[in-house]
Design a protein around this ligand. Structure first.
Ligand SMILES: Nc1ncnc2c1ncn2[C@@H]1O[C@H](COP(=O)(O)OP(=O)(O)OP(=O)(O)O)[C@@H](O)[C@H]1O
Length: 484
């Protein structure tokens, strides 16, 4: 049983009230102000008693505590406030046992802001699900009903670990100069870096072309980070994962009652990105009617929510990416030329890794350093034989595949130097049979489902994600987890 506190709730979607609430919260806790951690916490639970209990407890210890009953508000909230931690309930009313909705929201939060630490709230008996969620990117979990000390202790250690991670990343960023963590020595990548330097501060539309795993997402974020919009949202949308019916409401929003499930007004991704950058990934995959809708919005710089009749102006910088041969699609008349012209003011072409062999060793060393630390392993070099094999291998999954291969090798390596036998090249026939840790049964099933879907769709990530009901990012996280 939860203890129930009767208190007025201030929901995060009423900014004015929320502002007052912060004021009140700070005023009330003046006596202990020097001990207060200024972190920002968002609590999402559909049980208002849980929300008010959480707020009462946490506001005495943290700088900002927002509570929200409706998970649909999550994107808006985390795009507008830099939360340090989100406390997320796994089971909402609509789906109160499988945690499926919780997993979807977990993915969504991490897609929007991977720096946020997500702590899951689960009921007793759901521990297995919580373990699975941690492997999908959650930082920790607490069981409800919680003990206050336990909740505070968990939040404290989550915040400390997060800060250490951020400090490390900052250190790296300053060391590696202008484009932190983007590695590339090849002439093609140097040209890409040079173009980024020149165009980042402008508002020019950018189209990034390249196979899966070549770094399109990383480059899009780097452009945003170097632009005058860096303090505003970067909103990434995987167009390939949006069904025909979701497309409009996801991008442009909807008003209450516009269709059966539209229970509230909801801003679309364009509105969420207002003032910042919108990254439309897999733009080559959208249908002709979707192309027409998008073109109109880009021309007018206005969006109309589904079911509304008043357009709203939006100020966004547009970055698009695709791995499909977009010019060929224009020639075949399956992609509109006028839309292509609208999105490709600046074009960045990321060549596949096999065509920039010079980048393989620097990238491998970069990942080696990263995972050596992460897994606390003594590995510190690559053997000449391994370097030779890496340079001859075609890397069909590009940088992502190299990154996974290094991570796996570091976990499995016996000596200080990585050898060919520590390495796993997925394009070889043995790939699917590779030995890897057998773990919880659920994990095995998940891993096998992904392997099957990959084989069925010839490795097409968009199709695989759709088949499995995951976002592409969520699929990548799982593939990473299983070393695929
Ligand atoms: N030049 C690079 N330096 C360091 N890391 C890189 C580089 N390029 C890619 N990566 C890493 O490789 C992984 C895949 O990159 P990213 O997701 O940006 O590729 P993508 O082209 O957007 O893939 P997809 O089309 O499949 O979505 C990421 O973990 C990214 O950090």
């Amino acid at each position: 049983m939860y203890r129930v506190w009767h208190t007025t709730l201030y929901f995060a979607d009423y900014p004015e009230q929320t502002k007052n609430f912060h004021h009140i919260a700070n005023a009330q806790s003046d006596s202990c102000v020097q001990f207060k951690d200024m972190s920002k916490i968002l609590v999402i639970d559909d049980d208002v008693d849980v929300l008010s209990a959480a707020r009462l407890l946490l506001k005495r210890h943290f700088g900002q505590v927002d509570i929200e009953k409706n998970p649909e508000k999550i994107p808006f909230l985390i795009n507008n406030t830099q939360y340090d931690v989100v406390l997320l309930d796994m089971n909402f009313e609509r789906d109160n046992s499988s945690g499926r909705e919780g997993f979807l929201w977990l993915d969504r939060i991490l897609d929007i802001n991977p720096q946020i630490a997500v702590v899951l709230i689960t009921a007793y008996g759901d521990v297995e699900m919580a373990v699975r969620a941690i492997k999908s990117g959650a930082t920790d979990f607490i069981l409800k009903p919680w003990e206050n000390d336990k909740l505070l202790g968990t939040l404290k250690s989550v915040l400390e670990a997060r800060q250490q991670r951020l400090d490390k990343a900052d250190g790296k960023a300053t060391k590696s100069g202008n484009l932190p963590n983007i590695i590339g020595n090849s002439p093609a990548m140097r040209q890409v870096f040079d173009t980024i330097e020149r165009i980042a501060e402008t508002d020019a539309n950018v189209l990034i072309l390249g196979e899966n795993g070549t770094g399109k997402d990383l480059i899009a974020r780097a452009i945003h980070q170097r632009s005058h919009r860096r303090d505003k949202p970067f909103v990434s949308v995987d167009l390939g994962a949006l069904s025909e019916t979701l497309f409009e409401s996801e991008l442009f929003g909807h008003v209450r009652g516009a269709f059966t499930d539209a229970r509230d007004d909801r801003a679309g991704r364009f509105e969420e990105a207002n003032g910042g950058t919108i990254f439309l990934d897999e733009i080559g995959n959208i249908t002709q009617p979707q192309q027409a809708r998008l073109l109109t919005v880009l021309q007018q710089r206005m969006v109309t929510r589904v079911g509304a009749n008043k357009p709203k102006a939006v100020d966004v910088r547009l970055i698009c990416a695709t791995n499909s041969p977009i010019y060929q699609r224009v020639a075949e008349k399956t992609f509109r030329q006028d839309l292509l012209y609208r999105i490709n003011t600046i074009e960045l072409d990321l060549p596949p890794l096999r065509e920039r062999v010079e980048d393989i060793v620097p990238l491998a060393e970069h990942f080696l350093k990263q995972y050596r630390k992460q897994y606390n392993r003594p590995v510190n070099s690559l053997s000449p034989a391994l370097v030779k094999q890496m340079q001859q291998y075609p890397w069909p999954g590009n940088v992502r595949e190299l990154q996974h291969a290094i991570e796996r090798a570091i976990i499995l390596a016996r000596g200080n130097t990585l050898q060919p036998e520590d390495f796993f090249f997925s394009a070889t026939p043995a790939a699917t049979e590779a030995p890897f840790r057998e773990n919880l049964q659920l994990e095995d099933l998940e891993k096998r489902a992904i392997q099957k879907a990959l084989a069925k769709f010839n490795g097409n990530i968009t199709e695989v994600a759709r088949e499995l009901g995951l976002s592409r990012q969520a699929l990548y996280r799982r593939m990473e987890k299983y070393g695929m």
